[in-house]
Design a protein around this ligand. Structure first.
Ligand SMILES: [Zn+2]
Length: 432
């Protein structure tokens, strides 16, 4: 069994040892006769550092303890260390000091929660950034958190000695130890914070509570086992407080406000955002409604257009059938349709004229008087007449305006009363 030097001296950062065994494989590791390296256990993380042997410096990347209690030092690069080789171990002192601060701080904090509120700690986790303890409790009020923090920090400023004692299980029970290990051991290692806490622990601790530095309690949350309390000690507490302050300053700058006004500013901004989102939602709904209405209107217009075309088609067929067949020396016989539509608009009348011409050979001399009085002259292409010229002559007599090409022409008259006369005049020109 490796002798654990940190059991009696947590501040031993350099030591000499002999290699007992070399474990080869994917991650080579060495087992030493004695070590000051702490393996991950009891919530405290492992130490890192170096092993020097035969002029070679090997990095210790991780230290772990197996189920039999064997301590494995994982090394990089993998080196061929023979059993019996003398090595010099150096521990990363800054990392160890940080771990001692967190771990010792946890003892103080756990004892404070027991002493004040009878809330025992059921688990401890030391993370890279912060630490947590899970308290066996239904709930924890903000005032209780504050009180525990105050007591823990007072115990720290008391600078009480932290001593290591060894005792049997019976002796430990008689001493009223706060927490006993689950595993049965002949000899227990007790950590004694003078007149404040006595608990069994195998970790590394400070010599007096002052070395822990400040304890900063952070968030609490419900955990499976009770209430989880996040905290940081020592330099981590200072770093965390500085980082928190920088974050607050940055947030305050966003609002051009003092840091104490940040919560109020955030609430105001959140309110404004919600109102804007509500307005946007309302506008989107209105837009959707308008789009739907527009779609319906387009569909209705399309249907109306289709109906008008059908109507024009049928009216044209009927008018052509009812019309007289005209004979002209200038062409083959053709149909002549003349009609005034007092209830139809120009668009319909134009459509009708085109349908009549299409059903031809035919000439349509039609008019709409529902709006501005309008004449539409149209002929089947191939007929020899000139609608444009005919319209021009017709309008000239009545003082109207308009024009067109050979097969189609359109124009308006100043007065609806002139329409019948104008059509008669135009029709008369075909008699010649
Ligand atoms: Zn401990």
């Amino acid at each position: 069994m490796t002798s654990r030097l940190y059991y009696t001296d947590s501040f031993l950062y350099e030591f000499d040892a002999a290699v007992c065994e070399v474990v080869c494989g994917e991650r080579p590791a060495v087992i030493l006769d004695q070590t000051a390296f702490y393996p991950t256990s009891g919530g405290q993380a492992f130490d890192t550092g170096y092993l020097e042997a035969n002029g070679q410096k090997l990095r210790v990347t991780e230290v772990a303890e197996d189920e039999q209690g064997t301590i494995l030092h994982y090394i990089d690069p993998a080196a061929s260390l023979a059993p019996g080789t003398r090595v010099r171990g150096t521990i990363d002192a800054a990392r160890r000091r940080d771990h001692m601060q967190q771990h010792s701080g946890q003892h103080v904090l756990s004892a404070a929660f027991v002493g004040l509120f009878a809330m025992p700690t059921v688990s401890f986790h030391m993370g890279e950034e912060s630490c947590t303890i899970d308290l066996q409790a239904r709930s924890l009020a903000p005032a209780q958190l504050e009180e525990a923090g105050r007591l823990a920090n007072r115990v720290i400023t008391d600078d009480r000695p932290v001593e290591i004692r060894f005792a049997s299980l019976e002796e430990a029970r008689a001493l009223g130890v706060r927490k006993l290990p689950e595993a049965q051991r002949d000899k227990l290692r007790l950590i004694d914070i003078r007149d404040f806490d006595l608990t069994a622990c195998g970790g590394t601790h400070v010599r007096s509570t002052g070395q822990i530095g400040p304890i900063l309690l952070r968030k609490t949350e419900n955990a499976r086992q009770g209430v989880r309390v996040e905290f940081v000690c020592g330099e981590r507490a200072v770093t965390a407080a500085q980082r928190d302050y920088a974050t607050l300053v940055e947030a305050a700058a966003v609002f051009s406000a003092h840091i104490s006004d940040v919560p109020q500013q955030v609430r105001r901004a959140q309110g404004e955002l919600k109102a804007a989102q509500k307005t946007q939602q309302k506008l989107l709904e209105e837009l959707a409604e308008l789009r739907r209405a527009q779609g319906e209107l387009k569909a209705a217009q399309k249907t109306q257009q289709k109906l008008l075309e059908e109507l024009a088609e049928l009216s044209a067929a009927r008018l052509v059938a009812e019309s007289t067949l005209r004979h002209s020396s200038r062409s083959d016989p053709f149909r002549m349709v003349t009609k005034v539509f007092p209830d139809r608009d120009v668009a319909f009348v134009k459509l009708l004229a085109q349908k009549i011409a299409a059903a031809g050979p035919a000439v349509a001399l039609v008019a709409s008087t529902s709006g501005p009085p309008t004449l539409v002259f149209c002929q089947t292409p191939g007929l020899p007449f000139n609608m444009g010229a005919l319209l021009k002559d017709t309008l000239a007599a009545a003082g109207g305006r308009g024009g067109g090409a050979r097969d189609f022409a359109q124009g308006s008259l100043p007065d609806g009363a002139q329409v019948d006369g104008a059509l008669r005049q135009a029709l008369g020109s075909f008699a010649q």
